[in-house]
Design a protein around this ligand. Structure first.
Ligand code: NAD
Length: 356
């Protein structure tokens, strides 16, 4: 199991070091992992003048999975667009053909108070959003600006999905549901959009291969409402790029803390890039303050989705639950009466909990 480790910028190196610690602890227990570092984002720019340097891309292509920290920082804000760290993320997703973004929203009972919704609405929340990442209105052609016959300016984009694009993301949705609660909700706007009519037809067709999964369809406006009304009704949601962009951010806030949220971007043959949902947090970088749990949970997703090591993934998730249960908190989730830990100490606590 070869893993490219791209720590990136800001808090990236600190949080990735904790995930690596956890993976190495599992490796000591018989999992065979090979980890190799490479510069990425601002660090790539510093080393090679490119946020995705050629050796980093080569390593990422050769690896089975990529573990990322985060990229970016005020230092790089003045660079031309192609050299900006965030371009490294967009390019690596494209180069590796990562078309499926998986973002879980899990509320750990110990952190119920951190959500903006009432505990009785969110407690027990455990849902996964599967968002298509490389198609839809963000990439459809034609797009542009023009002046119409009345001499008014217009802007236009094209919402477009081909059947194979829908089919492959639907497959990821069903496969994900099979690994969880076997419920899949496909979100579209079929009452208005042609793209969505095709989407619904193709998803329903793929469903025949998965009789064990209960499929439902929901309009996106209703899904936005249901996510805050009764989010526990969902197990897995599969949707296109635009709707998924919005719904995954909405769902992430249900859990209250950005420092807890992992993500996975998957391509063909389970190749994946795993990273926390947050950015490089330059305001707290280098101070041992960052919460490493999103990155540690991202490494659990890597074991589950790329390497099919469900038991190892569960061990990591169980260890995270245990440290929260023991009252361990980093600054972002700290509350009175709990043990406040630094980034490295939180990593150590998870490693210790793995052994319990
Ligand atoms: P951010 O997610 O980095 O930070 C937002 C707030 O959340 C900050 O107050 C930060 O301290 C806090 N925070 C984030 N992660 C945390 C953690 N693990 N533990 C504790 N607190 C945490 O978003 P931002 O400030 O808008 O962006 C900062 C930089 O990150 C920018 O350069 C941006 O472009 C980049 N960024 C990168 C990615 C990525 O690498 N995928 C994603 C988003 C933003």
């Amino acid at each position: 199991m070869k893993i490219a480790v791209l720590a990136g910028d800001g808090i990236g190196p600190e949080i990735v070091a904790q995930a690596v610690k956890v993976l190495r602890a599992l490796a000591g227990d018989g999992l065979r992992l090979e980890l190799e570092d490479a510069p990425f984002g601002g660090a790539g720019y510093e080393a090679y003048g490119d946020p995705l340097p050629e050796p980093t891309l080569r390593l990422s292509r050769a690896a089975d999975a990529v573990l990322c920290g985060a990229v970016g920082g005020p230092k790089y804000d003045g660079l031309p667009r192609v050299q900006r760290p965030e371009q490294g993320i967009l390019r690596i997703r494209r180069e590796l053909g990562l078309f499926a973004n998986l973002r879980p929203a899990v509320l750990f009972p110990e952190l119920a108070g951190a959500s903006t919704l009432r505990p009785d609405v969110v407690s027990g929340l455990d849902l996964m959003i599967v968002r298509e990442l490389t198609g839809d209105i963000y990439f459809g052609e034609p797009r542009g600006r023009r002046t119409n016959a009345r001499n008014e300016r217009e802007g236009f984009d094209t919402m477009l999905y081909s059947e194979p694009e829908i089919r492959r993301i639907a497959e990821v949705g069903f496969a994900t549901a099979m690994k969880r609660g076997r419920k899949l909700c496909s979100v579209d706007k079929e009452n208005v959009l042609e793209t969505s009519r095709l989407w619904r037809e193709v998803v329903s067709d793929v469903a025949r291969k998965y009789p064990q999964v209960a499929l439902s369809h929901m309009y996106v406006d209703n899904a936005a409402m249901q996510l805050v009304r009764s989010p526990r009704q969902f197990d897995v949601i599969v949707t296109g790029n635009l709707f998924g962009d919005i719904l995954s951010d909405e769902a992430s806030m249900l859990t209250g803390s950005i420092g807890m949220l992992p993500s996975a971007s998957l391509g063909e043959r389970a190749k994946g890039l795993y990273e926390p949902a947050h950015g490089s947090a330059p305001d707290i970088a280098g101070r041992n303050l960052a919460n490493p749990l999103a990155t540690i949970l991202s490494s659990a997703m890597m074991l589950r989705y790329t390497f099919n090591q469900d038991e190892a993934a569960r061990r990591i998730e169980g260890a995270v639950k245990r440290v929260l249960g023991q009252g361990c908190r980093t600054a972002d989730i700290h509350e009175a009466g709990k043990k406040r830990l630094g980034t490295a100490e939180m990593g150590d606590a998870v490693v210790a909990a793995l052994r319990q």
